[in-house]
Design a protein around this ligand. Sequence first.
Ligand SMILES: Nc1nc2c(ncn2[C@@H]2O[C@H](COP(=O)(O)OP(=O)(O)OP(=O)(O)O)[C@@H](O)[C@H]2O)c(=O)[nH]1
Ligand SMILES: [Mg+2]
Length: 222
Amino acid sequence: MAARTGGGGSLQVKVVLLGEGCVGKTSIVLRYVQNQFNDKHIQTLQASFLQKNLTINRRRLCLNIWDTAGQERYHALGPIYYRDSHAAIVVYDITDEDSFTKAKNWVRELRKMLGDSCVLVIVGNKSDLEKNKVIQEKDAQEYAASVGAKHFYTSAKQNKGIEEMFLDLSKRLLEKEGNNSNPSSTNPSSTRRPGGITVTDDSIRTDRPSGGGGGGGGGCCG
Ligand SMILES: Nc1nc2c(ncn2[C@@H]2O[C@H](COP(=O)(O)OP(=O)(O)OP(=O)(O)O)[C@@H](O)[C@H]2O)c(=O)[nH]1
Ligand SMILES: [Mg+2]
């Protein structure tokens, strides 16, 4: 689905996070949007919604991010959140073989339901636990390439790889949409990134979806 340009010339895009429970989907988004990290696993119920506004090379982008629940009992809700998505981030835990299998299942489902229309990213999270890694980088990279996805390592805990992953995804979304959105005025808080890209973190908003998103109690990780 083509992204639409909202008020203020900002390109509105929908991004969904999918993956098994406890792999760190919520942690990745909370680190990216609020620069927070929680050691406890607070299971997401259904899904949570967060927004992040960026300006990349004077082009405005609003990421509307749906962080879905990984528990199996919510699997059937997946299409509600990935439908019409412009990008999907499929997350696995580098220390958990099953979570990689589950990530592959999500990719298969996405490709079947959405075709090649959405930008696909596969993320190996918890890169700080390198010593416990069970999914080898070569396998992960080869798999990602075989399904037309990019692969990134992240650590929400140590704040590694997350900005880079969202930046790459955002640039690909902008490229896909062409060069026709309105340039915004230069913002003094802009930061220069490698590769000559200027990125501005415009504003932050977080919300819960109506009808019961947000975190619940309990956890699988102790
Ligand atoms: N060591 C380490 N732990 C992490 C990292 N990211 C998340 N965690 C931990 O992993 C657990 C699960 O994180 P969540 O972000 O709640 O996982 P989730 O994928 O959103 O889980 P569901 O909402 O149940 O689908 C928590 O205890 C986090 O603190 C990371 O990069 N490194
Ligand atoms: Mg969660």
